[in-house]
Design a protein around this ligand. Structure first.
Ligand SMILES: Cc1cc2nc3c(=O)[nH]c(=O)nc-3n(C[C@H](O)[C@H](O)[C@H](O)COP(=O)(O)OP(=O)(O)OC[C@H]3O[C@@H](n4cnc5c(N)ncnc54)[C@H](O)[C@@H]3O)c2cc1C
Length: 285
């Protein structure tokens, strides 16, 4: 099928883009970033936006920069930008490890990090990174700019705290200390498919015990999130099978699994248990 008719707008500056969005938002005007989620759902007529505000011509939104100990990823930075480490240290390696799990190469050359976060598919790898690392999300509109903490951003399946007239301009990820260990695992039935569950973990060591543990789970619930019960099972413990099993059990017990045509709640709980443990083993390797 072809998309329903829409008006196309191509602002050249951020001010023009937010002014245009303010005008058309109430009429289901939408931002067009990489188009890798929006265009297919328009083709299936699951979305029929009457206006598209294409932000790809705004050069200021193509920036990747480091400031105040944070990596700032602007709205038009493509997934493929992370094929090589964009910062030194564990954060650059973490992003390089994860990017290969997103769809296929052509999708990664057009789709954007911020578009994934704005779209908020529960199975988005970048949404899990954003939630697990407590990123800041910067939203701009004609009314001004505000910063939203990741924990307050994801509100449900493909639902966020963004207002209809707000453009997500930037995601800011904290740089990770040089001794941070991380592990990521996901399960999808075929390479390139959306995952049925995924886990991202990080921790540091202090005198052989784990400190600052983060355990994030995605694709298992309506929104990606950190699991405090699993983090508590790691803090102050020596990394190894006993602590990892306890954290994996805690993660599996804590979630409220999605049930859909792919799988049932019990299977997702089993996946979370296995993936959390394997992600921790990968971090320790
Ligand atoms: C076959 C296939 C497989 C895929 N597999 C995966 C996968 O495994 N993992 C994964 O994470 N993704 C996957 N994707 C989705 C892909 O990563 C998209 O690129 C991503 O979901 C959206 O980014 P985009 O830049 O293409 O956004 P678009 O498609 O342009 O926009 C998506 C939505 O977000 C809104 N939006 C976009 N940018 C902004 C912004 N800056 N401010 C406000 N609103 C905005 C749009 O209005 C729209 O509603 C897959 C896609 C396809 C087609």
């Amino acid at each position: 099928m072809k998309p329903a008719a829409f008006r196309y707008h191509a602002p050249k500056t951020l001010d023009e883009a937010v002014a245009m969005l303010a005008e058309v938002a109430a009429d289901d005007g939408r931002i067009l970033a990489g188009g890798q989620s929006l265009v297919p759902i328009m083709a299936f007529r699951l979305a029929r936006p009457s206006h598209l505000v294409d932000i790809n011509g705004i050069t200021a939104l193509a920036e990747l920069k480091t400031a105040d100990n944070k990596l700032s990823i602007s709205a038009c930075v493509r997934h493929a930008a992370f094929y090589q480490p964009v910062v030194e240290g564990p954060l650059g390696k973490l992003l390089t490890t994860i990017v290969h799990h997103i769809g296929h190469h052509p999708i990664r050359t057009r789709g954007t990090f911020c578009g994934s976060v704005a779209h908020a598919d529960p199975a988005s790898e970048w949404c899990l990174v954003t939630a697990t690392l407590n990123a800041e999300i910067v939203a701009s509109s004609k009314r001004g700019t505000r910063i939203i903490a990741a924990k307050d951003f994801f509100a449900g399946i493909m639902t966020t705290a963004l207002g209809e007239d707000e453009l997500l301009t930037e995601v800011r990820l904290p740089l990770l200390a040089a001794d941070t260990r991380f592990g990521f695992q996901e399960f999808a039935r075929r390479a390139g498919d959306f995952a049925l569950s995924m886990a991202l973990v990080t921790y540091r060591l202090n005198d052989k015990t784990m400190i600052e543990p983060r355990v994030g789970v995605g694709a298992a619930e309506a929104t990606p999130r950190r699991i405090p019960e699993a983090e508590a099972a790691l803090a102050g413990k020596v990394p190894g099978p006993e602590a990892f099993r306890a954290a994996a059990e805690a993660a599996a017990a804590a979630i409220d699994p999605l049930e859909d045509h792919n799988t049932n709640a019990d299977y997702r709980r089993d996946l979370v248990r296995a993936l959390t443990r394997r992600a921790l083993e990968r971090a320790a390797a």
